[in-house]
Design a protein around this ligand. Sequence first.
Ligand SMILES: *[C@@H]1O[C@H](CO)[C@@H](O)[C@H](O)[C@H]1NC(C)=O
Ligand SMILES: *[C@@H]1O[C@H](CO)[C@@H](O)[C@H](O)[C@H]1NC(C)=O
Ligand SMILES: *[C@@H]1O[C@H](CO)[C@@H](O)[C@H](O)[C@H]1NC(C)=O
Ligand SMILES: *[C@@H]1O[C@H](CO)[C@@H](O)[C@H](O)[C@H]1NC(C)=O
Length: 212
Amino acid sequence: MTPSYLRNIPLLLVLWVVSVQCSSSNISTAITTRFWDCCKPSCSWKEKAKVTGPVLTCDKQDNPFRDFAAGTGCGTGGTAYSCSDQQPWAVNDTFSYGFAGIYIEGHVEDFWCCACYQLNFTSGPVKGKSMIVQASNTAYDVKTTNRFSLAIPGGNTTSHDGCANQFGVSQTVFGETNQGVSSVDDCENLPEAMRPGCRWRFDWFKDADYPT
Ligand SMILES: *[C@@H]1O[C@H](CO)[C@@H](O)[C@H](O)[C@H]1NC(C)=O
Ligand SMILES: *[C@@H]1O[C@H](CO)[C@@H](O)[C@H](O)[C@H]1NC(C)=O
Ligand SMILES: *[C@@H]1O[C@H](CO)[C@@H](O)[C@H](O)[C@H]1NC(C)=O
Ligand SMILES: *[C@@H]1O[C@H](CO)[C@@H](O)[C@H](O)[C@H]1NC(C)=O
């Protein structure tokens, strides 16, 4: 029997409360880093999470394809790379959308792959701004804290050869390891489709390093 306190609440309201409880959770603190390695994103492998559509990968011409078994073009000679449309964009001065490689303590990839998170920046020049990111990748290399590594072309070259293999350019066009390109002018050397996201870093994101 329905408890008396629920009897008069419209069913739709009850369902709304249930769905909000299921889909909403807080991660109180996290650091952010940047990356753009041109490699196949980890959430592009079919078995990483219970989703019907893993993250798309692209070929050397930046055309998306759906062979989720294709190997990564980084190091191993595979044919799958990241797609340029998984770069950040600003909606207005305080709100942007983007993609990220994520690590959340106590969890593995099936928890975050393809999920969306709102990041409210709490330090650095972006303090007070926020951003909604979809998890396209995984950031298992630092496991001491929750981390959102923002996918920003030219933001931090963490592979040795991914971008060179994909675009037939020197890897240094995408910047130095751990730093990426050093000025907004350097964004003009990237393949054209990736320049807006590269400029976003110096414009909306104010070239922030590790904002929480
Ligand atoms: C998450 O934290 C914010 C700020 O502290 C709070 O307003 C909100 O109710 C919390 N949401 C959940 C689902 O816990
Ligand atoms: C670049 O990526 C590496 C590997 O994830 C990370 O350790 C480093 O902090 C990143 N640098 C920036 C500026 O985000
Ligand atoms: C920025 O865009 C977001 C999302 O559309 C909106 O919620 C917010 O009110 C906008 N902020 C300003 C200052 O226009
Ligand atoms: C992040 O900001 C949004 C919009 O301002 C707010 O609704 C939400 O509660 C904030 N989340 C946390 C954890 O503070």
